[in-house]
Every structure is written in structure tokens, then in C-alpha cells.
Design a protein around this ligand. Structure first.
Ligand code: AAL
Length: 420
């Protein structure tokens, strides 16, 4: 092509670009106000950043149409005795719930100790440092999710020096090729000595009723020195996704009391490992006691309690890169949802509608323990419960007033008033 032809084509391209740019800008100019009825689809007009986000970041612009938005309702459950709430018995950190041979099964941290927790300095062979110190893993079954029958121990504390000799806690369940695997935190020192340090161990069985055989090896090790998960691997939570075991976990990063809790992912093709930690870890920047479930083609996560993005439900189309899908409130602590398709390697996860969760710091002063309750929600493709989708829930006045000012805060305000 000679020079004058080149210049001709260049001029023509610039001209075409300008026409297209002008037509596009014209169609994007808002000639009237934003519509009264919120459009379901993103309207073809100029939008503020907030309105762009409303259409781009959430599954639907209205919470009631957003399948990953829900309120949570709570019910006391029957079948668990807490010894008059004297602090010696605690149940907490339930596993996700499975349905097997006509019954629901749940595993949880069970502490039955000589005294309530006394802190790391006063702890001994029989005195627990924390609510989950000296604990074992117990299980219960139910036919309706409200009335439970505590069956007894699933995994005992092994003898020293086996993993978990000090405490086995915070279990979660995997069903893989017809076998059952319980992953749990295996403590080799009383929690609170340095931090809440432990790796993850696993036991397996042919039946959810056991007997459970300890693998006696660490399956999810702590990270290397100075890595985010160098001290603790908590709340192991396995799912089957993309033909593999996707095990999410939490770690406490930083120094107490300024811990930042974040969630990581480790995957494996064999339940006994090796597990490979995702190179992008942490994959969720917030949250505690990780609970996740297959949703549509991806994975949804209940993110609560810690971090900038607490009180959100998040979604990752690839199980790794999570986005906020909904913002909610009063989320279940340590949610243990019933996830019917947790292990089916589904490409169309149906979601969840109930589970168990715990309330910590129960009992009068010095009688610290936790209790388990049931939660219900509508994070399911198969349920449409408008009561769960209300985005203006009135909480009782005492819920707010219990969040009173501390004495230190009252003094500061008095001081501020004096100096004004
Ligand atoms: C919970 C869980 C883990 C921690 C402790 C018991 O919040 O994150 O299980 O180790 O507290």
C-alpha cells in the first residue's frame, strides 16, 4: 500500500471511530430520570457507580430476587443436656449436616470437663484453657432437625504424642466414594498458650456411626514461617467440586487481639492427601468458621463475624475468586448447613435452607460454654420464602440496648462533655 492510500485508510478509521463514539455517547445520555419501577435488567443509560454495582455485582438488583440473600431465623433444639449450664459441658462448632439411611447426622466439639475454662495459665491435664480445650468429637442424629438424639463420641483424644492428644475439635464431614471422613483440629498444646495453634487431622470410617480410624498424620499442615497460616488451620470444611476435594479452612493471621481471620483453600484427589494449598490463598478476606455450599455452577460462602466483608454471602464461579453476592445480618455463628449436594460434584448446586449453629459465651460469669441451635434461611434455588427475603427486619429493642457503652467509653464521653 502506498503512502497516500495509508493516510486515506487512517483518516477513514478515525472518522468511523468518531461516528461510533458520538452515536454511543448519544444513546448513553440520559434524556429522562431513572425509571420508577426498578428495571430487572441493567438499563441502557449512564449509571452512577452504585447503580453499576447494583447490576454488575449482585445476582439480582432487589434482595427479594437475589437467591443468595436471606435473613436467618433461630430455634432452640431438643436432646442436649448442659448440666444446668454450669460451664462444664459445652457443644460447639457443628459439622455440616448429612442425611444417611433416613436420619440427619451432625458432629461437633464436645467438652465435658472438671471445671469451666480457666485460661491457658491455669490449665492442666484436667482443667481446660478455653471452651474447646480437652474436647472430643461427638455426634447426634435427628429425623426432623429440631429433635436430636446425642449418640456419643465419634473421635476421642488420642494418647500423647498423637495428633490431637490435647483436644480434637471443630469437625467436618466428607463422604467420598462411599466412605466417611471426619476432618478436625488436632491440638498438641492447650489453646491460648501462644495463640490457638493447630493443624488439621482426619479419621475415616465405612459408616457415619463409626468406628473411626485415625489416620494419625497431619493432612493440612500449617504454613511456613511468616506465612499467613503459619500457626493455625481451623474450621476445615470439605466439599466435592470439579471432581476433587475442595477443603476450605480459616487461619488467624497477625497477633492477638488484632487477629485478622481469612479463609484459604486446599484441594486433593484423595481424602488422606496430599492437599495442595491454592496459590491465591487466602481466597476470602473475612469471616470465621467457614461454611460453604455448591450453588449453581460455583461455590457460595457464609462470611460473618470478622473482617471488612463480614455479614455477606459470597459466590465464586470457580470456587476460588469470591465476590460479594449479598449483604445480610444476624448470620449464624459457625453455621453447619444441611447441604444435600455437598459431595455429588454437582454443576447446579441447589443451595441450603437450614442447619445448626452455635452461640458462644453462654452461662453466668465463670461458667463459659457454648450451645447449639437451629437456623433456617432461604439460600436455596428450590425454596421461595418471602419472609426470609425481607430486608427490613425489626430486632427487639434489647438487642440494641445490650450493645451498651463500656465504662471506658462513658468516661471518655463525660470528659469530652466537660471540655466543651
Ligand atoms: C472457633 C473455630 C475454631 C477455633 C475455636 C474452636 O471459632 O474457629 O474452633 O479454634 O473457635
Amino acid at each position: 500500500m502506498n503512502k497516500s492510500k495509508k493516510i486515506f485508510f487512517l483518516k477513514k478509521s478515525i472518522f468511523l471511530f468518531l461516528i461510533l463514539f458520538t452515536v454511543n455517547s448519544y444513546s448513553q445520555t440520559n434524556t429522562s430520570g431513572f425509571p420508577f419501577m426498578l428495571p430487572k435488567e441493567k438499563p441502557n443509560r449512564k449509571l452512577s457507580l452504585a447503580m453499576e454495582r447494583l447490576y454488575d455485582n449482585y445476582p439480582a438488583p432487589k434482595p427479594e430476587d437475589n437467591e443468595l440473600f436471606s435473613q436467618f431465623k433461630y430455634t432452640e433444639i431438643k436432646g442436649f443436656d448442659y448440666n444446668n449450664h454450669d460451664g462444664k459441658i459445652s457443644r460447639r462448632d457443628p459439622s455440616k449436616i448429612i442425611f444417611h439411611n433416613g436420619k440427619y447426622y451432625v458432629w461437633y466439639t464436645y467438652r465435658n470437663t472438671a471445671t469451666p475454662p480457666q485460661g491457658a495459665d491455669k490449665s492442666s491435664e484436667t482443667i481446660p484453657s478455653s471452651d474447646w480445650d480437652l474436647a472430643e468429637i461427638w455426634y447426634a442424629t435427628s429425623s426432623d432437625g429440631f429433635n436430636w438424639k446425642e449418640i456419643g463420641v465419634a473421635v476421642k483424644r488420642p494418647q500423647k504424642p498423637f495428633i490431637g492428644w490435647r483436644a480434637v475439635t471443630t469437625p467436618d464431614i466428607l463422604v467420598w466414594k462411599g466412605k466417611f471422613y471426619l476432618y478436625y483440629q488436632g491440638f498438641m498444646e492447650a489453646s491460648g498458650k501462644r495463640g490457638d495453634d493447630c493443624p488439621v487431622a482426619v479419621s475415616y470410617s465405612d459408616s457415619p456411626d463409626g468406628p473411626w480410624v485415625a489416620h494419625n498424620k497431619i493432612v493440612i499442615p500449617n504454613g511456613a514461617k511468616n506465612e499467613w497460616d503459619q500457626f493455625s488451620i481451623h474450621d476445615p470444611y470439605p466439599l466435592v467440586y470439579k471432581g476433587k476435594i475442595y477443603l476450605y479452612y480459616k487461619s488467624d493471621t497477625g497477633i492477638a487481639p488484632h487477629w485478622v481471620r481469612m479463609q484459604g483453600l486446599a484441594t486433593a484427589e484423595n481424602p488422606l492427601g496430599p492437599f495442595t494449598k491454592n496459590v491465591l490463598n487466602p481466597v476470602i478476606s473475612s469471616g470465621h468458621e467457614t461454611s460453604l455450599f455448591p450453588f449453581k455452577n460455583g461455590i457460595a460462602a457464609l462470611v460473618y463475624k470478622d473482617g471488612n466483608e463480614h455479614n455477606t454471602v459470597q459466590f465464586a464461579e470457580d470456587g476460588v475468586n469470591f465476590n460479594i453476592a449479598a449483604i445480610t445480618e444476624l448470620m449464624p455463628y459457625a453455621a453447619a448447613p444441611f447441604v444435600p449436594d455437598a459431595f455429588t460434584d454437582t454443576k447446579d448446586g441447589r443451595g441450603i435452607s437450614w442447619g445448626l449453629s452455635h452461640f458462644i459465651n453462654q452461662g453466668e460469669k465463670g461458667k463459659n460454654h457454648s450451645i447449639m441451635v437451629r437456623f433456617d434461611c432461604d439460600l436455596s434455588q428450590d425454596l421461595n420464602d418471602p419472609e426470609m427475603k425481607e430486608h427490613r427486619v425489626n430486632h427487639a429493642v434489647d438487642v440494641y440496648l445490650k450493645q451498651g457503652l463500656s465504662n471506658k467509653q462513658k468516661q471518655r464521653i463525660q470528659q469530652e462533655n466537660k471540655t466543651q
